[in-house]
Design a binder for this molecule. Structure first.
Ligand code: UDP
Length: 244
């Protein structure tokens, strides 16, 4: 981890104690400086998976920034009496970087989601981010990573967004990030949302920290995600007791 921001460790992961407004210019500066950067946006499901899989935890710890993507992480930090100011989600960070990239003619590589989603995404990116250079855009259902990595290396994009779901996206980034000097970030299901294939919760639900509830009702297969929360909070409480 770099040391621009203080961190709060929830379970095993050091989360940056900052706001999106403060983080974004740091990321943009690193992109402009051609500094290789790995951003992880972690929710409780990722934190639990990392807690149970040491290999995955270690590769997350090699990231430059781990942000709290989920109200459960904020709740955990509160239990530890080291509150974090706000969620910094993968989706919002992606959108902010794309808007900035469009304004400054930066290049981005998009890897992930289903072929049909990618087909929908292409015209949406061209419409919404006209100044952005699309260095590459391909679906996430590949057998062989080698030609994709070779393409990323050849294109040298400023930003690489991997929408492969966890743990795959972070494993992919950890393994290949050094082929460019750009920023790499795992963005989960964000391409589905950008392409309009999945609808994000209305602002009311987001503002009331109920996006998880809204999305679970719409997509019951997400239930497994919130099922980890009680165990996760139990482990954080144990951590809090050990730290007292
Ligand atoms: N995905 C992919 N390749 C795979 C598995 C998944 O590209 O081998 C994509 C999937 O189509 C979806 C995203 O990864 O767009 C994962 O979305 P999900 O909502 O499950 O992830 P989360 O947002 O929870 O990380």
């Amino acid at each position: 981890m770099q040391t621009t921001f203080p961190t709060v460790t929830v379970l095993d992961l050091p989360f940056v104690k900052t706001t999106a407004a403060a983080l974004l210019p740091v990321l943009q500066q690193r992109i402009s400086d051609r500094q290789n950067t790995f951003v992880v946006t972690a929710n409780p499901e990722i934190a639990m998976y990392a807690h149970e899989h040491a290999d995955y935890r270690d590769l997350l710890l090699s990231a430059d920034f781990i942000t709290p993507d989920g109200v459960g992480i904020l709740d955990g930090a509160k239990i530890l009496k080291q509150p974090l100011p706000e969620r910094i989600t993968g989706f919002d960070t992606l959108q902010a970087l794309l808007a900035w990239g469009s304004d400054h003619h930066r290049s981005a590589y998009f890897l992930g989601a289903k072929p049909a989603v990618i087909a929908q995404l292409k015209p949406i990116l061209a419409r919404d981010y006209p100044g952005l250079v699309i260095a590459g855009i391909r679906d996430g259902y590949f057998q062989d990573a080698a030609p994709i990595v070779a393409d990323i290396e050849a294109q040298q994009p400023d930003m690489v967004f991997a929408a492969l779901g966890f743990p795959k996206q972070e494993q992919f980034i950890h393994q290949h990030r050094h082929v460019t000097k750009g920023l790499w970030m795992g963005v989960g299901g964000s391409f589905d949302v950008l392409a309009g294939a999945v609808v994000r919760a209305p602002k009311f639900w987001q503002d009331h920290h109920l996006e998880w509830f809204y999305r679970t009702v719409k997509e019951p297969k997400r239930l497994k995600r919130i099922a980890v929360i009680p165990h996760y909070l139990h482990l954080v409480r144990q951590q809090a007791k050990r730290q007292q």
